[in-house]
Design a protein around this ligand. Structure first.
Ligand code: PFF
Length: 451
């Protein structure tokens, strides 16, 4: 068997794992979800989900991965001593490949928009921008090719290994992403009328709350933290024994949440300053924003140009650090379970996710044969992974760690030779045993109309 890779430094661990968490989920999905579901009210629920369910869920995956030092399926198998818990690992691997498929479609759109921004964004007229997006995303060839191209670039990084590929790319992309984000936030918040956008983000309108909003916030928190896909478990298998799991989880959750809020501060003030409604859904960054930037900076066209280019570059970088992690889950699995060379197993993932990407991309153009239960395959994949597969994966993982794995194993990983206080362990154990499974179950049952 080939020797397993590992992350070379603490900062590498944090940047790579935060890189997985920070992605289109923060810069594309979070702002439009908040926009559709009541702004700050949604954010409050989201934060509660992150702290009560996301953090313990992340720690559980860390514990399994670091202890087993193996790909997701083998990690669950090792710790369950032959019981069928390995299927949770398989579920995670399947989920990550589906996500990689539809996520790359949006990442491909970002590539196109980066190109259009560089060559002078078509903007000004709302209808023209809308038409451009509808024509482009519904096209049979171009978006599919760009999506597959994105997966191929991802593969190029992943095939280079954990340290030479994943860690190196994260150390480069994450700081650049952060700097770009801060520059755009400052520019956006200085626009006249920006205060309305800030108010929208921070003053909750609780009248919008409903069980749907609850489920959306739960799904978003899991999606944003890359939970329930075995991604964190796979990355944790590359952590060293000296990595403090609780501290790392806190740092990653903080970075992820901060970037989501900053993304809101980048988008809403600019949108409000030109009187654009922020609840336009998934197309927010592709239809609404191209106009927003050019209108908001109409008196300074060069600034408008630079901000647009920076914005779409930011999206591409954010997407890349996440697709790398999704790709790695399957690549590690095929490498270790089928004793394939890393290069070849990366191809298996690319072909599988590439096929899903092409189908999802085609479904956007309204082709009826690519609709499932009345929605386009693309939306179906998004909803089924974020609202069903990821929460189920996370719930089973919590039950596994909370009730099945011997407590002393969990304790040893969590406290890490006295690095972490025992009191935190008791709180964590209570959360994974009771709070997480019960909350996730109630939200599900409620959604299905049972309670
Ligand atoms: N957390 C990523 C984001 O917010 O964009 C998405 C993601 C990455 C989901 C990795 C699942 C995954 F395994």
């Amino acid at each position: 068997m080939t020797e397993r890779g590992n992350f070379g430094s603490k900062i590498g661990v944090i940047l790579a794992t935060a890189g997985s968490a920070v992605g289109l989920g923060n810069v594309w999905r979070f702002p439009y979800m908040a926009g559709e579901n009541g702004g700050a009210a949604f954010i409050v629920i989201y934060l509660v989900c992150i702290l009560m369910l996301g953090l313990p869920g992340m720690l559980s995956e860390f514990i399994i991965g670091r202890h087993a030092q193996a790909n997701a399926a083998r990690a669950y198998d090792k710790l369950s001593k032959g019981r069928p818990w390995k299927f949770v690992g398989y579920l995670g691997i399947l989920t990550s490949i589906i996500i990689l498929g539809f996520y790359s479609v949006v990442a491909g759109w970002c590539l196109q928009y980066l190109y259009v921004a560089l060559t002078g964004m078509a903007s000004g007229n709302v209808d023209a921008v809308r038409e451009y997006f509808t024509d482009f995303s519904g096209d049979a060839m171009k978006p599919a090719i760009l999506g597959v191209l994105f997966i191929l670039i991802t593969q190029f990084v992943v095939a280079r290994g954990v340290r030479g590929g994943i860690e190196r790319a994260s150390k480069l992309l994450m700081p650049v992403l952060f700097v770009l984000l801060i520059i755009i936030v400052v520019a956006s918040c200085m626009l006249p009328g920006a205060l309305e956008g800030i108010r929208f983000l921070f003053y909750p309108d609780f009248s919008k709350l409903s069980s749907d909003v609850l489920l959306e916030a739960l799904g978003q928190s899991f999606f944003s933290l890359s939970l329930g896909t075995a991604c964190l478990c796979t990355y944790a298998s590359y952590f060293s024994k000296d990595t403090n799991l609780l501290k790392s989880a806190f740092q990653i959750v903080t970075i992820d949440t901060m970037i989501a809020v900053l993304a809101g501060l980048m988008i809403f003030p600019a949108a409000f300053s030109v009187g654009v409604n922020p609840d336009s859904g998934p197309s927010l960054i592709f239809i609404t924003l191209p106009n927003v930037f050019s209108q908001a900076f109409a008196s300074m066209p060069v600034v408008g140009y630079v901000i647009s280019v920076m914005f779409y570059a930011l999206l591409v970088f954010a997407a890349m650090t996440s697709t790398i992690s999704m790709h790695e889950i399957g690549t590690a699995f095929f490498t270790e379970e089928f004793t394939l060379r890393r290069r070849y197993s990366a191809w298996v993932v690319t072909v599988a996710a590439g096929a899903i990407c092409v189908l999802c991309s085609l479904s956007v153009g309204g082709r009826s044969w690519l609709q499932i239960t009345g929605v386009a395959l693309m939306d179906f994949c998004d909803k089924i992974t974020a609202n069903i597969m990821m929460p189920i994966g996370a719930m089973l993982t919590c039950l596994f760690v909370g009730w099945y794995i011997p407590k002393r194993t969990v304790y040893a990983e969590f406290t890490n030779r006295g690095m972490t206080n025992q009191r935190w362990f008791m709180i964590y154990l209570f959360a994974v045993r009771y709070i997480c499974p019960i909350c996730i179950l109630i939200i599900f049952l409620h959604q299905m109309g049972v309670v």
